[in-house]
Design a protein around this ligand. Structure first.
Ligand SMILES: [Zn+2]
Length: 226
């Protein structure tokens, strides 16, 4: 491993978490089970995602709000931190090597960015043809990125907040029961103006949502005006 790789501790110290008053969100929305959502988060603001009932995967993408050809890169994020899991201190990197956001708080402790989003095609291959018409994260992403003049070619490998995907010793990904409890949250500090796009995952064929998709809450805080 190169000596230029920044450790989690260094990243965390560099992006110290601003103090926020949980009662002073400037934006609040509950994303119903199975539904998509998107919103601009301005530089310096914090996006909080709350897993209201626990064990709910929240598939998430980030784009530069001023140039959506720059977007979240799972590969660069993993390479930069030298590890596959997302948690406090993780710098969310773009395909151009810039920091889009930083995870500054995390009451869950484990999020995936390796397993991608569920799709009708993948469901069919994994679970059988009868799942072909079940709603999937890819459909949610398509609906939501269209609101920002993007198409399916703009959907890239994402973060799965609150999804537990341990990498086994033989290198395989395992999708197992989530470790998030009701009320667990993750805070992302925007390092530049970003578009956050979420699919509140509708998957019911594996344990990523406890076989029961549930609502999640998103809040935006602005420490500059709190
Ligand atoms: Zn999904």
């Amino acid at each position: 491993m190169s000596s230029t790789v920044t450790t989690l501790a260094t990243a965390s110290a560099f992006f110290a978490a601003p103090v926020i008053d949980p009662d002073k969100a400037i934006y609040e929305f509950i994303i119903p089970a199975n539904k998509p959502w998107s919103h601009i988060v301005e530089k310096g603001q914090i996006l909080r995602i709350i897993d209201l009932e626990g064990q709910q995967a929240v598939d998430t993408l980030f784009y530069n709000a001023h140039d959506t050809s720059e977007r979240y890169s799972a590969q660069d994020t993993i390479l930069t931190q030298g590890g596959p899991y997302v948690t406090t201190g993780t710098r969310l990197m773009s395909n151009e090597g810039n920091v889009l956001g930083v995870v500054v708080a995390d009451s869950c402790g484990r999020h995936d960015t390796s397993a991608g989003a569920c799709s009708c095609e993948a469901n069919t291959a994994r679970f059988g043809h009868h799942t072909r018409y079940m709603h999937a994260c890819r459909e949610n992403f398509l609906i939501e990125v269209a609101k920002h003049d993007m198409t399916k070619r703009d959907i890239v490998p994402n973060i799965n907040f609150f999804m537990n995907v341990p990498i086994e010793p033989d290198g395989r990904l395992a999708i197992v029961d989530g470790v998030s409890s009701p009320g667990d949250y993750v805070d992302v500090l925007a390092a530049t103006d970003i578009i956050a796009v979420i699919s509140n995952c509708p998957q019911i064929n594996n344990p990523c949502n406890g076989f029961n998709p549930t609502p999640v809450k998103v809040l935006i805080f602005d420490p500059a005006i709190a």
